[in-house]
Design a protein around this ligand. Structure first.
Ligand code: PEP
Ligand code: MN
Length: 371
């Protein structure tokens, strides 16, 4: 059961202390307090764990400071969608809204290579009205001799350029907890010119200790990629690790599954799971067409496979697109063959608009049908 407290409940108030007293005296029930400090207000939720079936929902709702009580199923306690659960399906970060009802595009470099390329990318993003990007500094590579990313060395100029081109959020994979400190130091050093969304890559989806540490910080939202060879349920539980530690600003990323059944694509595209994740949880859903397809192969209709699958994910309601671009894909240090070029950005965005409009029309049609 979750107790949702009235916003800005003061934890020193006598009402709150009375509530705590009541909860402490419930037999075989433990509680965990989760606080979300927004710019406008502080929200407090209390998760009751144990023999909660003995509790009466109306009685719990009438306790001091409690606005609402929600009975939850065992699955995905914090991030799940439960019966009569009206908790939000969106969050704000650095002025950008991330939610199950909107769409944000994160076009950018798979791996940062030079300041010139970073600047060229950000310039074209700004020219096309974009405020988010992806910039890989720490690259998990299959081969130990492959380029591993420029790491903390490139962070100051990436953040400075982001600020210069009005980029509000940079999605960046981290593979170790020390990377969070390096990112925070570089942000301080450059005067916090932008925001960072921490990305957990598919190789680390079940790195539980990393998930716990990332979940304990609330400064940055998290993009958790689905594990490439585990069930959807296992990946959603990985997302719940982040939330159970305190950070529920989590976006769930679909990036394809590793199997030769998906050949000739790099991974078997799994965007049919967009509506499934939205039904089971309150997380916005991201698609990564670049790592799913892995090439610039063109279909006979002159549309790139990468753009076909992007449209498929969006027409199914995807909320974020993480996509590789590069000013000179031939010299990209990682994943050049799947990158789109800067000249293709306006075309890509226009194609996305068509798919998003179609999705919105489908939602309106469904509403009409069911009313
Ligand atoms: C990436 O987005 O750069 C990446 C490595 O993705 P994934 O973890 O999905 O392979
Ligand atoms: Mn890549």
């Amino acid at each position: 059961m979750i107790l949702i407290l009235t916003p800005d409940t003061d934890q020193q108030s006598s009402h709150y202390l009375r509530l705590m007293d009541h909860l402490n005296n419930l037999p075989s029930i433990e509680h965990r307090i989760h606080q979300e400090k927004g710019t406008q207000q502080t929200l407090t939720e209390i998760y009751l764990i144990g023999d909660t079936h003995t509790l009466n929902l109306d009685e719990m709702s009438s306790l001091p400071c409690v606005e609402r009580a929600v009975r939850i199923s065992e699955e995905y306690r914090v991030l799940g969608r439960h019966k009569d659960d009206t908790r939000p399906t969106s969050f704000e970060y650095n002025g950008i809204t991330f939610g199950q009802n909107n769409l944000n595009i994160f076009a950018g470099l798979c791996a940062v290579n030079t300041p010139e390329h970073v600047e060229a990318m950000m310039k074209v993003l700004q020219e096309n009205g974009q405020q988010c990007t992806r910039m890989g500094a720490y690259k998990p590579r299959t081969n130990p001799y492959s380029f591993q990313g420029f790491g903390k060395e490139c962070l100051p100029y990436v953040f400075e350029l982001a600020g210069q081109y009005d980029i509000k959020v940079v999605a960046m994979e981290i593979t170790h907890e020390s990377h969070i400190d390096e990112i925070n130091e570089a942000l301080e050093q450059t005067g916090n010119p932008t925001g960072v969304m921490l990305q957990i890559g598919t190789r680390n989806t079940q790195n539980f200790e990393l998930l716990k540490i990332v979940g304990r910080q609330q400064r940055h939202p998290v993009l958790l990629k689905r594990g490439f060879g585990i069930t959807l349920e296992e990946s959603l539980n990985a997302a719940e690790y982040l939330a159970s530690e305190g950070n529920s600003k989590v976006i769930f990323g679909l990036r394809g599954m590793k199997t030769n059944m998906g050949d000739p694509h790099r991974n078997f595209v799994d965007f049919a799971h967009v509506p499934v994740v939205k039904r089971l949880t309150r997380m916005p859903v991201c698609i990564d067409p670049s790592h799913s397809v892995g090439s610039r192969d063109l279909a006979p209709d002159n549309i790139l496979d990468v753009m076909h699958v992007t449209a498929q994910g969006i027409i199914a309601g995807a909320n974020m697109v993480l996509v590789d671009f590069h000013p000179e894909p031939k010299v990209a240090l990682v994943d050049g063959p799947q990158a789109l070029t800067l000249k293709e950005l306006p075309y890509f965005l226009e194609d996305i608009r068509i798919a998003r409009d179609a999705y919105e029309q489908r939602v309106a049609l469904a509403k009409k049908h069911f009313n």
